[in-house]
Design a protein around this ligand. Structure first.
Ligand code: SAH
Ligand code: SF4
Length: 370
């Protein structure tokens, strides 16, 4: 619930509407998990809320996997049906955003007593995914269900809490790049963004949403006020429609040109750039001729853009090969030489299956146990 929904609820209970602010402050900023613990409310009202069955619906972190590189992967469980999604905490992580943020931020200085100076949280928007990209492990789950706005924002609050993050002091980026396609759960995704910006206090300029190119979603996104929307990343992943349709069947519905046209409608903030994510599949999308095509495509789009390269992370049963270190480096240099801003995304938490496209494993394990 946002403040206005909380307001209606408390008004319905005959309480002054400003109690809604106190409740929002408690659950989103102070991250209190228990209604009885909201001490800014009168005791009698707290008891009444609890008695009537009101709870703080925070998803539960039921399992934690820790990588040698400091990344943590969480199995997060909703209350309704016990289905789980995954969220990832990456200390010093930038998910390829370093080009935007390094050295520009007054908050970037070291904070004493912290194990990290900045961090990135990656969250899920759906249980599974319906999009069926051939290289992605999440696709194997199919779509099980959408997450609610509370479940999406709740993942963030749960991770902030676990890591003791002080919003406004610590530098935390947020990426909607976990399980699922955010633009196929658009309303809940944007509701979550508004909760995270307005109630939790995170900056939309430090949030990035990634889409596989759902054109109607991009068109709706273009209508959002810039002060409340995340930055946009498009999973391009192939140099042309032919290859893209093969690795991302969704391209047959919305080909590259349609996606780029929709992206052109998004009013960008000053200095804002659109990110094209590009997964390098060994032999399939990582050749020099592909780099030349990508450079042309990005230039022709006329968009202020950058390219984030991601070396494909392997997964069981997926018939692709990891690109060689040389191929990755050649690709990066080729784009750079064409004047395209290009970044290489460091794989994080590969040893715990937390890297891009690997979020599925534990869901399987858990469902086998139950
Ligand atoms: N569904 C959205 C957001 C989640 S996927 C989307 O597809 O954009 C986040 C990123 O991980 C996407 O750019 C996707 O192309 C990439 N990805 C998927 N599987 C991958 C894998 N096995 N290795 C590397 N990147 C992968
Ligand atoms: Fe879904 Fe994104 Fe994976 Fe494609 S890459 S199947 S859109 S999660």
């Amino acid at each position: 619930m946002n403040v206005s929904e909380l307001g209606k609820t408390v008004a319905g209970m005959g309480e002054p509407s400003w109690r809604a602010r106190q409740i929002a402050e408690a659950i989103y900023r102070q991250r209190i998990v228990d209604v009885e613990g909201i001490t800014t409310l009168p005791k009698a009202f707290r008891h009444r809320l609890a008695g009537e069955g009101w709870r703080v619906g925070r998803p539960l972190i039921v399992q934690v996997f820790t990588s040698i590189d400091g990344t943590e992967r969480y199995l997060v469980q909703g209350e309704a049906d016990g289905l789980t999604v995954e969220s990832v905490w990456m200390p010093e992580g930038d998910e390829g955003e370093a080009g935007d943020t390094v050295g520009e931020d007054p908050e970037a200085g070291e904070r004493p007593g912290r194990r990290w100076n900045r961090a990135t949280i990656c969250i899920s928007s759906q249980v599974g995914c319906a999009v069926n990209c051939q290289f992605c492990l999440t696709a194997k789950l199919g779509l099980q269900r959408n997450l609610t706005a509370g479940e999406i924002a709740g993942q963030v609050v749960a991770v902030l809490d676990r890591q003791g993050v002080e919003v406004g002091k610590d530098r935390v980026n947020l990426v909607f790049m976990g399980m699922g396609e955010p633009f196929l759960n658009y309303d809940n995704f944007m509701r979550a963004v508004r909760l995270l910006v307005e109630e939790v206090g995170l900056s939309p300029q430090r949030m990035t949403v990634s889409t596989s190119g759902i054109v109607p979603g991009i068109e709706r996104f273009a209508e959002e006020p810039p002060e409340i929307r995340p930055k946009l990343a498009i999973s391009l992943n192939a140099p042309n429609d032919e290859v893209r349709s093969e690795v991302m069947p969704i391209n047959r519905k919305w080909p590259i040109e349609a996606v780029v046209d929709a992206v052109r409608c998004v009013r960008l903030r000053a200095k804002e750039r659109v990110t094209f994510e590009y997964v390098l599949l060994g032999g399939v999308t990582d050749q020099p001729k592909h780099a030349a095509e990508v450079a042309r495509l990005v230039r022709r789009s006329g968009l202020p853009a950058k390219v984030n390269l991601i070396a494909w992370n392997p997964g069981p049963g997926i018939p692709y090969a990891t690109p060689t270190v040389d191929a990755v480096e050649r690709f990066r240099r080729a784009l750079g030489a064409e004047g395209i801003p290009v970044y290489l995304r460091r794989p994080r938490g590969r040893d715990i299956y937390a890297a891009c496209g690997q979020l599925k494993r534990t869901v399987e394990t858990v469902s086998q146990q139950s």
